[in-house]
Design a protein around this ligand. Structure first.
Ligand code: FAD
Length: 310
């Protein structure tokens, strides 16, 4: 195979394109909008498998992504390692800890926990700052000889006619292209704030009462909501209030200085779609990564490159 077209320029599309270039394929990216307008550009992103399935596959992808992010640490890429407190309760999936090197995860002491948290793990995990990392990846893609084109694809048939290999990385856009009834949004409203002088944390243990602070280089992401099947992309002031209340209840003394309010729709499926299309054998689907696209992106991209090589 000599050429491939990747549709979509979010985190999944860009990593997929680069992984294919690394095995010697000439890659073109087609995308409805510039990566700066994608979901991937405006959110996150901490390494943590939130709202993604199936566990058996996503753990492996998360582990491979972790390794790749370590390579990017040496470059000015927007990737760093940060300490992160992550709450769990009985029944939580905490298998992600086994994907991290020994000695980088431990159970938190009671006095380290934000208010309202009973049990948590503290781990050193990759923080990927999308506003730096996506331009970094796009630059790498162009340097590797990639072409970029703005175009909207409206059907599976159109997708199939694009190239000898076509990879569908359109996130929630795949709902329309593939008429995929299994794909739905999980609405996340977040606040971009001035940095906090607290360690980053997340409490995903209660559906509908998600709370987290992720400190980045120049700001912090404060969340959030996780409303299933909610397509509303407008800011809801009630959600902003809820988020601020939950942060206050976490014992954070510092008053949040809001820089921006944002909404993103996580592209969720019962299972990530990672397979060749049953009808168009040149089309590979790579979408539906829920709340963990950054956490698993490189694992998916590298596995696809291996498949293509074979
Ligand atoms: C509030 C919030 C916080 C999050 N935090 C984290 C986090 O901390 N860690 C983490 O790992 N993940 C996080 N996520 C999840 C992560 O953002 C997503 O899983 C990821 O961005 C999905 O990437 P994607 O490339 O599949 O989709 P997108 O970024 O949406 O990219 C899709 C691309 O496809 C293109 N496209 C769509 N339709 C068409 C079409 N018809 N024709 C042509 N092109 C098309 C778009 O233009 C775009 O370029 C968070 C999500 C939200 C909402």
């Amino acid at each position: 195979m000599k050429s491939a077209t990747v549709v979509g320029s979010g985190i999944i599309g860009l990593t997929t394109a680069i992984a294919l270039q690394e095995i010697g394929i000439q890659v073109r990216i087609i995308s409805r909008e510039h990566f700066k307008n994608s979901l991937s550009h405006k959110v996150g992103a901490i390494w943590f498998p939130f709202e993604i399935a199936p566990k058996e596959k996503t753990n492996l992808w998360a582990s491979q992504s972790y390794t790749r992010y370590l390579e990017d640490l040496r470059k000015p890429s927007g990737v760093s390692l940060i300490p992160f407190i992550n709450a769990f309760v009985a029944g939580s999936n905490i298998d992600w800890q086994y994907q991290l090197p020994k000695g980088t995860v431990r159970e938190a002491q009671k006095n380290e926990l934000p208010a309202g948290m009973e049990t948590a793990l503290i781990a050193e995990v990759p923080l990927v700052e999308p506003m730096i990392y996506l331009p970094f990846l796009f630059g790498q893609f162009l340097e590797n000889g990639g072409d970029y084109q703005t175009q909207t694809i409206s059907s599976l048939h159109e997708l199939g006619g694009l190239d000898e290999l076509v990879v569908n990385c359109t996130g929630l856009g795949a709902k329309e292209i593939c008429e995929d009834e299994q794909l739905y949004p999980i609405r996340g409203q977040i606040l971009r704030c001035e940095r906090f002088d607290t360690i980053s944390f997340a409490d995903p243990t209660q559906k509908g009462a998600l709370r987290y602070i992720i400190n980045r280089t120049n700001d912090a992401v404060v969340g959030g909501t996780d409303y299933v099947n909610d397509w509303n992309e407008s800011i809801d002031p009630n959600d902003t209030e809820l988020i601020l209340k939950r942060i206050e209840n976490s014992g954070v003394k510092q008053k949040p200085e809001i820089l921006e309010e944002l909404v993103g729709l996580r592209p969720k499926r019962k299972a990530v779609r990672f397979e060749f299309d049953p009808e168009f054998s040149n089309v590979f689907h790579n979408y539906g990564h829920g709340g963990a696209g950054f956490t698993v992106a490189w694992g998916c991209a590298l596995e696809l490159a291996e498949l293509v090589k074979e």
